[in-house]
Every structure is written in structure tokens, then in C-alpha cells.
Ligand binder design. Structure first.
Ligand code: SAH
Length: 237
């Protein structure tokens, strides 16, 4: 195991020592309710969109993560999901989702399926979710978990998300959950006029989350938050 993951696990064990560990479905549900109140809706965090809060209160995060870390599912932290990848902190998932201003009729593209959790949250808020994962076994596992849990409006593709998904474009919104060095032009091209994209950009330790809005030929973009995502892996040419 890589050192940062070991450090992260030790940190969780430390944090968890002060928290009761959920194991039953009722305890997971209670932990999820507390997560929404304390980590998302609380004044210091400020997630306000009621539909986003509802989705975060409903989707079982613990079902998307490996057994070994399941009891930490509702802590205020990212968690390892295998293959050197992580599921984002719940606040980041809620924040990025809120920034997209998801509408019930939207078709949304996600780059970086990972566990499938972010895709599941989005699937509660929009018409269709298309999600791309470059690590084959992760794509497979996420697809199986989404199916098992009844998220039928999500389509998973194993491949390089840098290129987007031309066959399904254009998208009303695009969410990127791994960090490229620059905003991928194919994704900008596949965004519908009037659409929004949220994407972390930069090297580890120096990333900013950018919100882009496409208005005709014009792209408005602003940095909204400092973040730390896994880097976008470069696919084969
Ligand atoms: N959204 C995920 C967390 C993503 S972690 C969740 O809810 O669990 C980032 C993911 O992006 C990793 O699984 C990583 O394998 C994937 N990734 C990295 N580079 C990629 C690329 N070029 N195309 C598609 N996925 C990529």
C-alpha cells in the first residue's frame, strides 16, 4: 500500500476512535443524516440546494466503498477505493453537484467514475448520467454496484475521459473528478450552449476547482475552491 493511503487510514482510525462505528443499516442511515446536517448544511459549509441535500441524504455512500473502510463511510474525508484511487469527501461531492445547478431534464457527463457514488448522486437529480472511468476493473465494479442498487439512468464507459463521449454529446453539464493540467478542449466542445462544467485543474497540491459556463463562442470561467484530486491519467493516443 502507498504511504499516503496508510497515513489516511491511520488518520481515520484516530478520528473514528471518538465516534461510534456504524455497522447496521439503521446506524448507517443515522450517520448519513448527521453527515448532511453537520458537513453539508451547517453554516460553515453552506450547501443550500434542497434537491442536492436530499440526494446526499438518500444515496447510501457505504454501499460504494470497500468493506474494509465501510464504517468510515460518513466521515468528513475522502476514502481509498483501491487501484490508488479515492472517493471524494462528501462535502466536495455535494459542492460540485450544487455548482452544476442540476435540472431534472439534464444529461450529464462525469469523468472519473471511481466508485460510482458521484454518478449515483447525480442520477437522483437529472435525467441521464454518462460516466467514464479509465481503470477497467473500477469501471466494472462501479457499473455492477450502480445496477445492484437500482440506479438505472447511469451509463458507464471504460475509457479515457479526456476525449469525452462524442457519441452521447452534447451534455447540459460536465463534472470532472480527476485533475487534468489544463481544461480538456474535447470536453468544452461537448458542452451544450448554456451548459456548465466543473473541473479541478493543476498539479497535486496546487489545484483549483474551476466553474465554466458556455455562452455561444464565449467561455466564462472562475476558480471557486482550492482542492486536491487524483491526477487525470493520460490515455493511450
Ligand atoms: N467520482 C468518483 C471519485 C473519483 S476518483 C467517486 O464518486 O467515487 C478519480 C477517478 O478518475 C479515478 O477512479 C481514476 O481512475 C479516474 N480517472 C483518472 N484519469 C482518468 C481519465 N483520463 N479518464 C477517466 N477516468 C479517469
Amino acid at each position: 500500500m502507498r504511504a499516503p493511503i496508510v497515513a489516511l487510514l491511520l488518520f481515520h482510525i484516530f478520528v473514528a476512535a471518538g465516534n461510534p462505528q456504524p455497522t447496521t443499516e439503521a446506524e448507517f442511515a443515522l450517520a448519513r443524516k448527521r453527515m448532511v446536517e453537520e458537513q453539508l448544511a451547517a453554516s460553515g459549509r453552506g450547501i443550500k440546494n434542497p434537491r442536492v441535500l436530499e440526494a446526499m441524504a438518500t444515496v447510501p455512500r457505504h454501499e460504494f466503498i470497500p468493506e474494509a473502510v465501510r464504517k468510515y463511510a460518513y466521515l468528513d474525508e475522502p476514502l481509498p477505493i483501491g487501484y490508488g484511487q479515492t472517493i471524494s469527501q462528501p462535502f466536495i461531492v455535494a459542492y460540485m453537484t450544487e455548482q452544476l445547478e442540476p435540472k431534472a431534464t439534464d444529461r450529464v457527463l462525469e469523468i472519473g467514475t471511481g466508485s460510482g457514488y458521484q454518478a449515483a448522486v447525480l442520477s437522483r437529480l437529472v435525467a441521464e448520467v454518462f460516466t467514464i472511468e479509465i481503470i477497467g476493473p473500477l469501471a466494472k465494479r462501479a457499473e455492477a454496484d450502480l445496477k445492484r442498487l437500482g440506479y438505472t439512468n447511469v451509463e458507464v464507459l471504460a475509457g479515457d475521459g479526456y476525449k469525452g463521449w462524442p457519441a452521447r454529446a452534447p451534455f447540459d453539464a460536465i463534472i470532472v473528478t480527476c485533475a487534468p493540467e489544463q481544461i480538456p478542449q474535447p470536453l468544452v466542445d461537448q458542452l451544450r450552449d448554456g451548459g456548465r462544467m466543473i473541473v479541478p485543474v493543476g498539479s497535486p497540491g496546487a489545484q483549483e476547482l474551476y466553474l465554466l459556463k458556455k455562452a455561444g463562442a464565449k467561455i466564462e470561467q472562475q476558480a471557486v475552491l482550492r482542492v486536491w484530486f487524483v491526477p487525470m491519467i493520460k490515455g493511450a493516443e
